[in-house]
Design a protein around this ligand. Sequence first.
Ligand code: URA
Length: 212
Amino acid sequence: MPVNALRQYLEMLKNNGIKELYKPIDTDKTALLAELKAKYSSCDKCPLSQGRTNFVYGEGNPNAKAMIIGEAPGKEEDLSGRPFVGAAGNLLEKMLLAINLQRTDVYIANIVKCRPPQNRDPEATERLACMPYLVEQIEIIRPKMLLVVGLVAAQTLLGNTNTLQWHRDKVHEFMGIPVYVTYHPAALLRNSNWKRPAWEDLQAFQKDYNKL
Ligand code: URA
């Protein structure tokens, strides 16, 4: 098609409200994410690879408007290869339901894809080695909002050493996407006094999510 005709055609589509000419459909993203998961599952960029049963890549709706970002897999996640399936995962699902989201509405991933021994915090070098996988997931899914649970994930994503309170106090940005921070569900299981402020965080997140 000659350039002028193409320009006219695009103009006409735009005038008729068609603003996005190509939007990757579910199957594109699903296949791509599955391909990358398989490709990276033999990763040995850091020592965590030596102790893992499974590389826990992430899972969920490839067209999710919201992505949930945790810290690292625990025992259940390591055994199953799926993020947030243990006790913290059950609570995360309840937290999502409380704001009218099903687990299948969102995409769930962690900063670090392999379980640290005894669930210790992942080291800075381990987090750095793993971050490109998360960045790529965000690039593919292009969510409209990121909900980060816990201090380690927040500090890693936003590149600082500030407190959880500091992170919760405002909406941040990563790769041009608004970032909301709240308590890690495992922390809420340990201290129920944090449930009220966590609920407030979730309500603020929901208010903006409903505007999307
Ligand atoms: N805690 C996390 O941060 N991620 C999981 O997948 C499970 C527990």
